[in-house]
Ligand binder design. Structure first.
Ligand code: FNR
Length: 185
C-alpha cells in the first residue's frame, strides 16, 4: 500500500519554486506514496490563549498531520531561517502542550533557493525544531536545491536529468525509511 505523506510547503506565493519542487517530488513518489498538501496560509498567528479553545484551522492542521504516516517539509530560506508562516504552522501543530501532532512522526526536509547555499541554513534551523518535537528526521541524503529558472515547472516536471535522478533517490530513500520509522502501511 502507499504511504500517506503530509506536505508542508513554506512558501505561499504563486509561482513558488518550493511548491514546484513539492509537485516534482509527488510525481517521483507516484505509486509508492500519496501527498496530502497541508494548508498553512489561512492559519491564525499562534497565541497561547488558543490552548483553552483551539481555532478550527489549528484542529484541521493537527488532524491532517495525525492522519499521515510521515511529514515532508519543503521550504525556502528567509533570512537564514525558516519563513514565519512555516514556523507558525509548526507552533500551532505542536500545542496545547502534551498534545503535539508531530511527536514521533517520521519526517524529511528539503528546500530550494535561488541562492547558492540552497536553504542549507533554514534546514539546519528546521532540524533543530523537529528534534525538539521528537520527530525522527531523515539524515541522508541532504537536499539543498539551487533553483535556476526553468529547472522545475509549475506541474513538477524537472528539466535536468541529473536533478531528476538525485530527487528520485531522495524520494525513494525517504519512503523506504518511513517504513522503518513507524510508517503504518
Ligand atoms: C529570501 N531569499 C533568500 N534566499 C536564500 O538563499 N537565503 C536567504 O536567507 C533568503 N532570505 C530571503 C528573505 C526573504 C524575506 C525573501 C522574500 C527571500 C530568496 C528566496 O530564496 C527566494 O525568494 C525564493 O524564490 C523563495 O522560495 P519560493 O517562494 O520560490 O518557494
Amino acid at each position: 500500500a502507499e504511504y500517506k505523506i503530509a506536505v508542508l510547503v513554506g512558501s505561499l506565493r504563486k509561482g513558488s519554486h518550493n511548491q514546484a519542487l513539492a509537485h516534482a517530488l509527488e510525481k517521483l513518489a507516484a505509486g509508492k506514496a500519496v501527498f496530502s498538501y497541508v494548508e498553512i496560509g489561512d492559519l491564525p498567528l499562534y497565541n497561547q490563549d488558543f490552548d483553552k479553545d483551539y481555532p478550527s484551522q489549528g484542529v484541521r492542521l493537527k488532524q491532517q498531520i495525525r492522519d499521515a504516516d510521515a511529514v515532508l517539509f519543503v521550504t525556502p530560506e528567509y533570512n537564514r531561517s525558516v519563513p514565519g508562516v512555516l514556523k507558525n504552522a509548526i507552533d500551532l501543530g505542536s500545542r496545547p502542550y502534551g498534545d503535539s501532532a508531530f511527536a514521533g512522526k517520521p519526517a524529511a526536509v528539503i528546500g530550494a533557493s535561488i541562492g547558492v547555499i540552497g536553504t542549507a541554513l533554514a534546514q539546519q534551523h528546521l532540524r533543530n525544531i523537529l528534534a525538539y518535537l521528537d520527530m525522527p528526521v531523515l539524515g541522508q541524503p541532504e537536499a539543498f536545491l539551487h533553483f535556476k529558472e526553468g529547472l522545475i515547472d509549475a506541474h513538477g516536471t524537472i528539466s535536468n536529468e541529473g536533478t531528476k535522478d538525485f530527487l528520485q533517490g531522495f524520494v525513494d530513500t525517504f519512503i523506504a525509511w518511513v517504513g522503518t520509522h513507524g510508517g503504518t502501511h
